[in-house]
Design a protein around this ligand. Structure first.
Ligand code: ADP
Ligand code: MG
Length: 259
């Protein structure tokens, strides 16, 4: 943990009852590039953790390792007390507990909005179609696109598509949702409608990891800010501490450029 200015959370690595996602000593290389360097990170149930840092610092890779879209070279990741295996049925089960919302929406283009939100429930969660449809309609209402059920993704605005993607993630009843720059591909006027849905989820107690450059969201919704640079967690703090009194030169430099 050398060089880490840690100002929030318990110092010991013993798994507590509230720990939902635990990364310990996680390392990942892309060839010669050491993209994740000894990452220790614990996310508690109900916590909203905002991950920020310069481009290329490893934020997306961090998210992708949490649901094994990327393998890791060493270390361990556990979800709700269960270690993530490299492959197999148990991996599929654990992965279903981790929702993911991407910058580029990634909806199925040839499925309607309703089908997009039903598919995982039927195929992965093995729900009856009628129950899946009912759940999907409820969630689409909740994110404000209930009237768009029969349209195809391309017929929706970017903000609407991203809200469908959030409904699709929610439909799996995940234990945690990872958001990787969910508003970065949106036109400015659509950013708030997506952030508002995310704010509401946070208030409802959803456990969330959010990679974002939206500092207003970080200030108002985050329980904790994790600042990454060069594949390391450089600083962890509450939003107040981080924005008002960043400790590391890297964080000061980063904040001076974006605020
Ligand atoms: P961030 O999301 O913080 O911008 P990334 O996690 O996307 O950073 O990338 C971290 C570093 O790893 C970057 O230098 C990027 O070019 C590199 N990288 C990401 N994905 C791959 C990949 N599949 N193969 C090789 N290098 C990659
Ligand atoms: Mg990224």
């Amino acid at each position: 943990m050398s060089g880490v200015a840690k100002t929030g959370g318990p110092e010991d690595a013993v798994a507590a009852a509230g720990d939902l996602v635990v990364l310990s000593g996680v390392n990942k290389h892309f060839g010669a590039l050491h993209v994740l360097q000894n990452i220790d990170l614990t996310i508690e149930r109900g916590e909203v953790v905002v991950v920020i840092g310069p481009s290329g610092s490893g934020k997306s890779t961090l998210c992708r390792t949490i649901n094994r879209l990327e393998t890791i070279d060493s270390g361990e990741i556990s979800i709700d007390g269960k270690p993530l295996p490299q492959e197999g049925k148990e991996l599929a089960r654990l992965r279903a507990d981790v929702g993911m919302v991407f910058q580029s929406f990634n909806l199925f283009a040839h499925r309607t909005v309703l089908e997009n939100v039903m598919l995982g429930q039927v195929k992965v969660r093995r729900k009856e179609k009628a129950a899946a449809e009912q759940h999907a309609r409820k969630l689409l209402d909740r994110v404000g696109v209930g009237s768009q059920c029969d349209k195809y993704p391309a017929q929706l605005s970017g903000g609407q598509q991203q809200r469908v993607a959030i409904a699709r993630a929610l439909a799996m009843d995940p234990k945690v949702i990872l958001f990787d720059e969910p508003t970065s591909a949106l036109d400015p006027e659509m950013i708030n409608e997506v952030l508002e849905v995310m704010q509401q989820l946070a208030r409802d107690g959803m456990t969330m990891v959010v990679v974002t450059h939206e500092m207003g969201f970080a200030r108002s919704a985050a329980n904790r800010v994790v600042f990454m640079a060069d594949g390391r967690i450089v600083e962890e703090a509450t939003p107040e501490e981080f924005f008002n009194n960043p400790r590391s030169d890297r964080a000061k430099d980063f904040l001076s450029k974006i605020l």
